[in-house]
Design a protein around this ligand. Structure first.
Ligand code: TXA
Ligand code: MG
Length: 326
């Protein structure tokens, strides 16, 4: 299994060489770790799908260093997309645009659009600027599993199927980018994520649409994506303690709470109680590492306190809903 290497000048130079040779490089972004390949090299991009075990028709996001590269990838950049790029790039936003003719079908899943993002993580920025071509990168996890937020998660998931893992520490945002489709007129939200919709709408000066039947496919929109192996149950705050006590009568329980401390009367041997911050950005930062850690306990059930129904929590709520889907 490749040991993650420090993301210093030598590590980044090695990663750039590997990308140019058609290799697979895992690298940190501010959202989650990506599994990158040269987006203009078809065999290299194909290797991403086999390493992840991901269906070949699921499109990949192309990561760029600079908006000056946009004309290479997008046929046109409508005013709404330009406004969002100006406001949120580099950052946790992916824009779906009509694709330029040169973009490989293997990257777009054969669709006439392409997903583009300029990440803000300093390691990603140096890698992309040094490579100077687009890097196609999904999250660096096995298909359907929780996205990696540390280099160790990547190594545990992908092992020898990746040529190099750049270790840039734990990612900051902790959940994936927000995806906005700007290819069909009014911007549409395809995936909530690191940037909340109210901020997107404030930057646009208009409300955005919700996904509809014509929306381009997003693999994260499969109901069961982001699932731990332990069955997950989402429970309202006021029912949390009762649900945990009942589940502890039947087996062992891992709990992710948000608004409340562990009640003293719960059986310490049967209930593993973990409290995450009651603030969406700090919660998201810790969520995936916590899901992995609790999943490894092999409990009978994982019970997660439902997030508040507020827009700042939408990215987290989306991931929890999928984690709980069976
Ligand atoms: O934060 C992120 O977005 C991370 C980091 C590594 O950048 N990447 C990520 O990639 O989450 P992935 O492949 O795990 O999820 C990207 C989503 C997929 O659900 C894919 O279907 C969707 O973006 N996507 C990519 N290109 C698309 C397109 N042309 N049309 C519609 N959806 C697209
Ligand atoms: Mg993913």
């Amino acid at each position: 299994m490749p040991t993650p290497i420090p993301a210093d000048d030598a590590g980044i130079a090695r990663a750039i060489t590997l990308l140019a040779q058609g290799g697979l490089v895992a690298f940190p972004t501010e959202t989650v770790y990506g599994l990158g390949a040269d987006a203009t090299n078809e065999p290299a991009v194909r290797r991403i799908f086999s390493a992840k075990g991901r269906p070949a028709d699921h499109p990949l996001i192309v990561h760029l260093a600079d908006v000056a590269q946009l004309p290479d990838w997008a046929l046109d950049v409508p005013p709404a997309a330009a406004a969002l790029a100006k406001r949120f790039w580099p950052g946790a936003l992916t824009l779906i645009l009509r694709r330029a003719p040169r973009v490989l079908d293997v990257v777009t899943g054969g669709q006439d659009t392409v997903g583009l993002r300029i990440p803000s993580h300093p390691v990603a920025m140096r890698l992309l600027a040094g490579f100077a071509r687009g890097v196609a990168a999904p999250s660096a996890n096995r298909f359907g599993r929780v996205s990696p937020t540390t280099a160790a998660h990547v190594a545990a998931d992908l092992g020898d199927d990746v040529d190099l893992i750049l270790d840039g520490g734990a990612t900051d945002v902790g959940i994936e980018s927000t995806i906005i489709d700007c290819s069909r007129g009014r911007p549409v939200l395809l995936r909530p994520g690191g940037i909340s919709v109210d901020r997107i709408e404030a930057a646009l000066g208009q409300s955005i649409g919700q996904r509809d039947a014509d929306a381009p496919r997003v693999s994260g929109s499969l109901a069961s994506h982001y699932a731990p192996l332990t069955p997950v149950s989402l429970v309202a705050s006021d029912a949390l303690c009762r649900a945990v006590a009942a589940a502890a009568d039947r087996g062992t329980v891992a709990v992710i709470a948000r608004s409340q401390a562990r009640p003293d009367e719960l059986d310490r041997h049967r209930v593993h109680w973990c409290a995450l911050p009651d603030e969406p950005a700090r919660y998201a930062h810790l969520l995936y590492a916590t899901l992995r850690r609790l999943d490894a306990l092999g409990s009978t059930l994982m019970i997660i306190e439902a997030p508040p129904p507020r827009v700042e929590w939408d990215g987290v709520a989306d991931r929890l809903k999928r984690a709980a889907h069976r």
